[in-house]
Ligand binder design. Sequence first.
Ligand code: NDP
Ligand code: 8X3
Length: 258
Amino acid sequence: MKKNMRKIALITGATSGLGKAIALRLAKEGYNVIITGRRRGHLEELEKEIEIKYEVKVLSLCFDVRVYDEVEKAINDLPEEWKDIDVLVNNAGLAVGLDPIHKGVLEDWERMIDTNVKGLLYVTRVISPSMVARKSGHIINIGSIAGKDVYPNGVVYCATKHAVDALSKGMRMDFLPYNIKVTQICPGAVETEFSLVRFKGDQARADQVYAGFENLVADDIAEAVSYVVSQPAHVDIQDMLVMPTAQASGSLVHKEIK
Ligand code: NDP
Ligand code: 8X3
């Protein structure tokens, strides 16, 4: 921790799933947290939960990572005491649809590319100059097994996560002179709102994804984040692949359906 000051973590996509669990975990560990997402009501609920449970400060920022002007305004308008962000967790992201390329829905492709690739870049572009100036910071990009592997019908999502893999490697190079750690955490199947979003609200189809095996839960990834941020200054966990025991690759899950 800074002398007499708590560290600050900003988590994108904190309204549900991994981002919410990561925000709660970092707050539990004494970070003041900036929680972001588009659903203002969800942010307000999480803000209250954190304030009740932990003696840290919490600030909500409601913006769409796909809109550069919104990202820039939200971050640049931060009160002075919140400006020196120590840990940025680039988590906001989504898959939309599960179609072969020749049947792909252009709007779905745009949403995935704009959120998972351009959104991550926009947030990093606005926050990293302050880390560079201070020669201090830690950027954690939430990638995926889909960034290490490719599975049929999910190719565009996989391509966006391969982009996150490349961006994580490249950021590590660009930030090397500035003492900024870059970590990529790549989960396998975690039960969150992810599949509900992918299948556009079809809960039964989303439930099928997690049937017959023990998937990861969001707290498993919060635990991974807790591990990487707690390393000493000279240690950077560069890349972490966290899979359910029953999942061997992007498309190979051992299911026991009764
Ligand atoms: P959820 O759908 O539960 O959460 C996604 C989060 O991203 C929400 O908080 C959502 O907030 C936010 N988000 C989506 N689009 C935008 C946007 N345009 N602007 C701002 N925020 C946005 O899914 P997960 O928690 O599972 O996903 C989190 C990350 O983990 C994603 O990057 C995903 O690709 C990755 N991942 C997930 C895995 C899984 O199996 N669940 C496995 C591997 C990686 P809001 O809607 O309020 O804007
Ligand atoms: C999310 C999990 O299985 O769609 O990244 O790759 S999966």
